[in-house]
Design a protein around this ligand. Structure first.
Ligand SMILES: O=C(O)CCC(=O)C(=O)O
Length: 232
């Protein structure tokens, strides 16, 4: 019998460790939170690299996405209205290379590499509604890099919404959604000002700013816009 991976709704987490070039131990959890094929890479981005990334991001131009959340897009701009990434956007900036190289080494890149990036800026109280990234715009394999304030990300199974779980995203963590975790589950971040502490559930702490970098592979590249004809 051939069992398609996406038919596995939940799976037992498995933990692996690798050492990076600076001797830091990075922990990878497969099927994190019981979500099949979801991978969490703890501490993937060291503090100094996080600061460099944030300074590049803060030198960029933001577009409001909701009342609170703002975004920067590269490669192509995704529209939540059309569910397509067909709007031309600047190419992926070179300062993303440190992440892209890391993802290649960890074997978390799609064939041909990532070519679309959305940076989300979450001020305290902002979240993102439950969604499964558009299957019309993006291929399998989606990355979210967390910078700034740690937060819970919620997962809910689309076919069986009773299956829910939450995963703690600390700064410098990378979350990798592929196969079942990309297609069969919605993910969201609750819009609220405080979060429950993961190690001490009785305690809450105030949220501060979180920034995430989402990397995806486009199903098709935006067509160049026709140039206006010069008047005779
Ligand atoms: O902020 C995150 O980690 C998730 C972002 C996300 O879901 C998206 O960009 O579609």
């Amino acid at each position: 019998m051939i069992l398609h991976m996406s038919s596995i709704m939940t799976a037992e987490p498995k933990v692996f460790s690798v050492t990076d070039k600076n001797g830091r131990i990075i922990t990878l959890t497969l099927h994190v939170g019981g979500v099949a094929n979801l991978v969490l890479v703890n501490g993937a981005i060291p503090d100094d690299e996080q600061e460099t990334l944030l300074s590049h991001i803060d030198a960029g131009t933001w577009t409001p996405e909701t009342k609170k959340r703002r975004v920067q897009q590269f490669g192509a701009a995704f529209s939540y209205k059309t569910k397509r990434a067909s709007i031309p956007a600047p190419p992926l900036p070179h300062w993303l290379d440190t992440i892209l190289v890391k993802l290649e080494k960890l074997k978390l890149s799609p064939q041909g590499g990532f070519d679309q990036c959305m940076i989300n800026d979450y001020p305290p109280g902002a979240g993102i509604a439950a969604h499964c990234d558009s299957i019309h715009a993006f291929a399998d394999k989606i990355i979210s890099v967390s910078l700034g304030c740690p937060m819970w990300i919620d997962f809910e199974n689309i076919k069986n919404p009773i299956l829910k779980t939450r995963i703690w995203l600390a700064k410098g963590d990378i979350l990798y959604m592929n196969n079942a975790s990309r297609y069969d589950w919605k993910h969201s971040i609750a819009a609220r000002k405080t979060d429950e502490c993961p190690t001490n559930p009785g305690r809450v702490y105030k949220r501060t700013r979180r920034v995430s970098i989402t990397l995806r592979k486009l199903l098709s590249r935006p067509q160049p816009q026709p140039q206006p004809q010069a008047l005779p």
